[in-house]
Design a protein around this ligand. Structure first.
Ligand code: Z5A
Length: 218
């Protein structure tokens, strides 16, 4: 820990970044990390599925396109939550307990959007697994980077070959986007929607304002 890190007895803040593929989550998490570090805060950037040795192994299986059998939707759901349980226990909870700000690329809103709205699994079932895996850990704030599906897709495709999720049809991604928008409507104080279709400088101006607001109130 560097000398200029602000020491605090307070529990850290858990901030999640959500949205469809290619909307700019990774790019903007790095931007937010720098902003927060400039305020002397200890920041941990992590991602889901993944973020620990075991959870990264699960991620690899979830994204792999070359299994000879189709992964069932329930298997996919259980793997996502298995990775999450490990991530919370091994990384997120210890970091929050020591006062760190945790910035996480995707969390349970992605499960609701992809496995719930996208695959059509029951939201009640997701809620039950959430209770088991999360043990009360909830994001303090969520930035939903929202853009029309075709914009995110073209940004993501310019980056490399598609993974198992990226091979889905347009309909699937439109349902996923609707899922995220419906979560934002249901939890207006936690979820802040950012227009990710704007040029990057405008997205980051909006995030800068939102982070400054968060710093005032946390
Ligand atoms: N998944 C799930 O099903 N259930 C779950 O519970 C969880 C996940 C947690 C892997 O996620 C898959 O896991 C995901 C859902 C599933 N699959 N899909 N699709 P991931 O987060 O690793 O994969 P991703 O969503 O495809 O992320 P990504 O492709 O890495 O996108 P991103 O991080 O949002 O975007 P980026 O890498 O920052 O930006 C993409 C490019 O656009 C890059 O070249 C940037 O420079 C550029 N960019 C970014 N912003 C802009 C703006 N504003 N203008 C112009 N260009 C921009």
């Amino acid at each position: 820990m560097s000398a200029n890190i602000r020491q605090s007895n307070a529990v850290g803040q858990f901030i999640t970044f959500e949205g469809g593929e290619g909307v700019g989550k990774s790019t903007n998490i790095e931007f937010c990390r720098k902003l927060l570090e400039q305020h002397g805060l200890e920041v941990l950037v992590t991602r889901e599925p993944g973020g620990t040795e075991i959870a990264e192994i699960i991620r690899e299986e979830l994204l792999k396109k070359t299994h000879k059998e189709r992964m069932s939707d329930i298997t996919e759901l259980l793997l996502v939550f298995a990775a999450r349980a490990q991530h919370i226990e091994a990384v997120i909870k210890p970091a929050l307990d020591r006062g760190c700000w945790v910035l996480c690329d995707r969390f349970t809103d992605s499960t609701i959007a992809y496995q719930g709205f996208g695959r059509g699994l029951k939201l009640d079932l997701i809620e039950q697994l959430k209770m088991i895996a999360q043990q009360g850990i909830e994001p303090n704030k969520t930035f939903l980077l929202d853009a029309p599906v075709d914009i995110g897709m073209s940004r993501a495709r310019s980056r490399g070959p598609a993974d198992r999720f990226e091979g889905e049809q347009l309909d699937f991604f439109n349902r996923v986007r609707q899922g995220f928008l419906s979560i934002a409507e249901s939890f207006p104080s936690r979820v802040e929607k950012i227009n990710a279709a704007q040029e990057l400088a405008a997205v980051q101006r909006d995030l800068n304002a939102a982070i400054n607001q968060l710093l005032k109130t946390s």
